[in-house]
Design a binder for this molecule. Structure first.
Ligand SMILES: C[S@@+](CC[C@H](N)C(=O)[O-])C[C@H]1O[C@@H](n2cnc3c(N)ncnc32)[C@H](O)[C@@H]1O
Length: 220
């Protein structure tokens, strides 16, 4: 149990905790290895990110890449079973702490971090704007928010249908809250939360992800 837990958090936790051992394979089946590799390529180009928190790290698919850009990091998720897989994957890494956190209301103090990283999280939370406000709260002035998130924006209709079928085949019912952002929608929400947009692009061919970097406004 973590502070402020409510019924919808339990439902979310249960949903994502169902397949810890096959989570990575299912994700690869749904969105494809090419998209995952393209995301990793983008992350490899990031500059130094200082002290970073990853929210919704899942099994740590991207944790092992982003850590290379940090001074130290805390990888967090709501799901105990996915965190257990992340622990096995990351091992006893000197730069990484793994802990349970609800991304909508974390235990981190305000203005505590240089960077926040969220991969494939904002499109599955009930309130994306609350998540962005929490990222903003915990970042230092000029801090960096790196967002990667799957989207069907810009996908061909047939590719969308095929991806939907792959999802249902491997995960069953979609999670309670799913959003598909355009780059403009997400950038606008980030600006409303107090971020200046530094980078915005769509990655991928048949399946796609948005890659957006925001900086906490220095006048905030
Ligand atoms: C689509 S998965 C993405 C996982 C990982 N970042 C990746 O890209 O493979 C969504 C993740 O968000 C986590 N999650 C959903 N709601 C959350 C919340 N309120 N707080 C923390 N984690 C949450 C789930 O447990 C799951 O691990």
């Amino acid at each position: 149990m973590i502070g402020g837990e409510k019924l919808s958090d339990n439902i979310t936790e249960e949903y994502w905790s169902r397949f810890p051992d096959t989570y990575d394979k299912k994700m690869e089946y749904v969105v494809g290895k090419e998209l995952r590799d393209a995301i990793i390529q983008e992350l490899n180009r990031l500059p130094e990110l200082g002290e970073l928190v990853e929210l919704g790290c899942g099994t740590g698919i991207f944790t092992e890449t982003i850590v290379l850009k940090t001074k130290s990091m805390v990888a967090t998720d709501l799901s105990d079973s996915l965190l257990a897989v992340a622990r096995t994957r990351i091992g006893d890494h000197p730069k990484v702490t793994i802990q349970k956190e609800n991304c909508m209301a974390t235990s981190f103090p305000s203005e505590a971090l240089d960077s926040v990283f969220i991969a494939n999280l904002i499109h599955v939370v009930e309130s994306p704007s609350t998540l962005l406000q929490e990222c903003y709260r915990i970042l230092r002035k000029n801090g960096t928010l790196v967002i990667v998130t799957f989207t069907d924006h810009g996908m061909k209709l047939w590719e969308k249908i095929k991806m939907g079928l792959r999802f249902v085949k491997s995960w069953g019912k979609p999670p309670a809250h799913t959003h598909s952002f355009s780059p403009e929608d997400l950038a606008s929400m980030m600006k409303d939360a107090g971020f200046v947009i530094k980078t915005s692009k769509v990655i991928g061919d048949n399946t796609k992800a948005l890659y957006i970097i925001g900086q906490k406004d220095e006048d905030a």
